[in-house]
Design a protein around this ligand. Sequence first.
Ligand SMILES: Cc1cc2nc3c(=O)[nH]c(=O)nc-3n(C[C@H](O)[C@H](O)[C@H](O)COP(=O)(O)OP(=O)(O)OC[C@H]3O[C@@H](n4cnc5c(N)ncnc54)[C@H](O)[C@@H]3O)c2cc1C
Ligand code: FES
Ligand code: FES
Length: 488
Amino acid sequence: MRDHALLHVNGVPCQVRGHEAFMMLADWLRKRRGLPGTKIVCAEGDCGACTVLRAREVPGEASPPRFDAMNSCIALVAQMDGSHVVTVEGMQVGEDLAPAQEAMRRCHGSQCGFCTPGFVMAISGMLEQHGPGPVHARCARNHLTGNLCRCTGYAPIVEAACTVRASERHAVGPRYATTSAIAAARAAQAESMHLEHEGLRFFAPVTLREACTFAAKHPDLRVVGASTDLGVPINKGRPMPRAMLSLHLVPEVHESRLTRTGVHVGARVSLSRLRHLCEDAVPEFSRFLDLFASPQIKNVATLVGNIATGSPIGDTLPFLLVAGAQVHVASRPGGQGPLQKRAIPMTELYRGYRQLALQPGEIITHVTFDRTPPQQTLRLLKVSQRKDLDISTVSAAYAVTWQGKRGRGPRQIVEARVAYGGVAATPIRMPEVERALVGEFSAARAEEVAQLIGRSIRPLSDVRGTAAYRSVLAANLFRQFAGEVLHG
Ligand SMILES: Cc1cc2nc3c(=O)[nH]c(=O)nc-3n(C[C@H](O)[C@H](O)[C@H](O)COP(=O)(O)OP(=O)(O)OC[C@H]3O[C@@H](n4cnc5c(N)ncnc54)[C@H](O)[C@@H]3O)c2cc1C
Ligand code: FES
Ligand code: FES
């Protein structure tokens, strides 16, 4: 059993144990590694000042890891076990500025400079994923949605991102994920990790059986995914969970694949990877994920974390409710005997505000959901206070199955599934609305259904919107969907 996390920072191997393992990565880089180029501004994943590049060895995967941008302010050092972390200090090539730094200088993309390292790292992360061709402004803007600058203005920064010369791009992968670094990380990953400091415990087992045994023995346990939810309250002063369990060393939870009729998503699969996987099988969900948080969040955050947080405004939940999703859990009651596994239909998962139908000691291992069938129209809509990097005020998922092929005249709906987030204590399906939709679909029917939606929900008021606003929004989202179907 290892008593330390093993990570590489700018190519240097680091064994981290004790107090340091429970520090936030950004703090640790600045205060313990002498790397103050990584800045901290918001400390909640919103501004990108703390962006670093990270590649993680995935147990059982032979291909070299890919470097992605992530926020270092809301991740514990312990979670970086098996990772290669590159900070802005590690980007320099010999005596020269890094290509993204040089482009920022050339395009006057920096004034006070406080946000600049974060932008440099976000641009470098984009280049790691981009082919040798030109970077278009739209792509650059998408990759920079997680970074804020208050003085320069974004035009020169986007210009910098688009004009890093292909000949200057030095891929980070070959420089830092060297054969020896990969071998060291893989060797360490064969062993479970148990970190302890002043009553805090962080356990990362190599098998699901060990994970479930630990969960059975620690009723106060929190499973940690990427901590993009968990890390924020900790930074705001809430106590850190006393017992944390990470599944990053368990091979099967990294599995993501298409099956004949559906999609299988392991508990440690990032939303970026999921977006890629669903591009053809569930294109609407893939598109919708573009509006989820920022690249820095999506490169690490998991679908399972979104589900288990149980927020009524979790963006993926209305989709999962209409896509026949099943949440697969494992446990080992009493910490003895064989593993017990069961699947909970997504429609039965939420029992109340952030209350899940999980038994003590149950861990979510993976989620499955359906591909979009050819006769179905799937539409996912979200309204938030700003377009990018904001969770929804109200979100909606509509999946309607049509009779026959599109022809002239009104079409018949044979099955409808409708789900909303942000209109109740949990995300909800709307059976009455679904029944009302079956049959001929016309503008008059659509208006009746929109009014029915407005009448049937009783949302709460909060900082994101009043109850009245949410009711109007819910009805209007349906009107938008109906308009697209009738006239699109
Ligand atoms: C800046 C920012 C923007 C965001 N934008 C959005 C957005 O647009 N839309 C949105 O919906 N959310 C958003 N979020 C919230 C968050 O990113 C998502 O909920 C994300 O999917 C959480 O995944 P995670 O792996 O980080 O979960 P974690 O934070 O690690 O965990 C979240 C919860 O899930 C539990 N959990 C994790 N894995 C398991 C498991 N295997 N078994 C049982 N329980 C488990 C944890 O114990 C915890 O309670 C945002 C967050 C930030 C910081
Ligand atoms: S400091 Fe703002 S995202 Fe980390
Ligand atoms: S240059 Fe000052 S915040 Fe961006």
